[in-house]
Design a protein around this ligand. Structure first.
Ligand SMILES: O=C(O)CCC(=O)C(=O)O
Length: 298
């Protein structure tokens, strides 16, 4: 395969799903607009500067990583809800699961959730990361159904020389006996604002940067809602930051119930608890202690 297939943001969703299921990866050009990109740099760029290189070879001794992105910026809605990314993740993972409950035949559609978020800045001198599958986190066997759909937004240009993500197209179809080889991987090349989307079963890894300019990418993964999140979003993202996002994103952050019944609070949808907290905050109640502010009288 010469390179990954590239599509425009107005591409047909069914076509993108077909490409992803066949090749395991696709590049969406102009995934976000330049204004969104600039806003993300404003909020997140300083965090990169205050982080040092990773302390282990796998994450990269010449690579800076910043996590908890939903706590650090409230500008991620157009990224995580981008039509082709969220649409493809839903189409690929939210497939009905048939089951019997007594004599009743039912179908349950799983939710999906934000799993890990990270800025990854690869600097000069960083070598290739070992090729790996991210759904290995789910301790599953391959091939099989998809439990993760991930994206890497190019915050700066990605090239073959500066560490553009290495991908082995079609490798999600392999079994667990076949080892990935470096010569099978192709680098993702894309301008800032474009995005690589790939399935959790695809072998990939950060590339080698032999240039003097760092390569910066932002990755977000969406996983099936019945799995544990890779990054603990409940602790990583303070509640007031969660509340700064719209309902769809709040639910994606994990404030949702996966059918038939995972994640409930008081046997209810956790989203209702979140809305309740929002109402109490708006009324000036100290949500930590549950007390309302004292009424000031003249
Ligand atoms: O930075 C990249 O291009 C990929 C990084 C990656 O796959 C990882 O850290 O697991």
């Amino acid at each position: 395969m010469a390179g990954l297939i590239r599509v425009r943001p107005d591409a047909d969703l069914d076509d993108v799903v077909e490409i992803l299921e066949r090749d395991g990866a696709v590049v969406v050009e102009d995934f976000v607009d330049q204004e969104t990109l600039a806003g993300l740099w404003d909020d997140l760029g300083p965090c990169l500067e205050s982080h040092s290189y990773s302390d282990n070879w796998y994450d990269g001794l010449r690579t800076r990583r910043v996590s908890s992105l939903f706590a650090r910026t409230t500008r991620l809605t157009p990224v995580v809800t981008q039509r082709l990314y969220l649409g493809a993740a839903r189409a690929i993972m939210q497939r009905p699961i048939p089951m019997w409950i007594g004599r009743s035949r039912q179908e349950m559609i799983p939710t999906i959730q934000i799993s890990a978020t990270q800025l990854i800045q690869i600097h000069q001198g960083q070598g290739k990361q070992p090729l790996h599958r991210d759904d290995a986190l789910h301790l599953r066997s391959h091939p099989g159904s998809t439990s993760r759909v991930q994206m890497m937004l190019a915050m700066s240009e990605f090239t073959a020389d500066n560490g553009g993500t290495l991908v082995i197209p079609g490798s999600h179809h392999w079994d667990d006996e076949r080892a990935p080889k470096a010569e099978e991987a192709i680098p993702t090349e894309m301008p800032a604002g474009s995005c690589l989307i790939w399935l959790g079963g695809v072998y990939h890894g950060g590339g080698r940067n032999v240039t003097t300019v760092p390569r910066t990418g932002m990755t977000i993964s969406l996983d099936l809602g019945n799995l544990r999140q890779e990054e603990n979003q409940y602790l990583a993202v303070p509640r007031e930051k969660v509340l700064a996002y719209p309902e769809e994103v709040r639910r994606l952050l994990g404030y949702d119930r996966c059918p038939p019944g995972l994640g409930w609070v008081e046997m209810n949808d956790p989203y209702i608890m979140l809305e309740d907290e929002e109402t109490r905050r708006a009324a000036g109640v100290d949500v930590a202690s549950g007390t309302a502010p004292a009424t000031v009288t003249g």
